[in-house]
Write a new protein. Structure first.
Length: 96
């Protein structure tokens, strides 16, 4: 338990930040999950739409400091690569 006024304030601020970060992180994970589900179904159009939402969610998480910018960029890149391959022919996918 905090003993000083400033420590109590820091605790309140930390709780607010944590609640906000959890909300952003949950939204980000949900958006990525929707892309992966569309990929498993083989739904190229749905995966592209979900990818746009996931890019936005990952970018927002990065800008809010919830996720490092390189990690967000890496995740977007990997999702985009998977979405690009879902619509490709099996021969083209095997080459890549």
């Amino acid at each position: 338990m905090a003993n000083t006024v400033s420590a109590e304030k820091r605790n309140r601020q930390a709780q607010k930040r944590r609640a906000r970060n959890v909300q952003v992180r949950t939204g980000m994970k949900t958006a990525v999950k929707k892309v992966r589900e569309a990929l498993e179904k083989g739904d190229a159009a749905g995966a592209k739409a979900a990818l746009a939402a996931a890019e936005r969610a990952l970018g927002k998480a990065s800008s809010k400091g919830v996720l490092p910018k390189n990690a967000a960029s890496r995740r977007i890149s990997r999702l985009a690569k998977a979405v690009a391959h879902v619509g490709a022919t099996p021969a083209a996918a095997a080459k890549a």
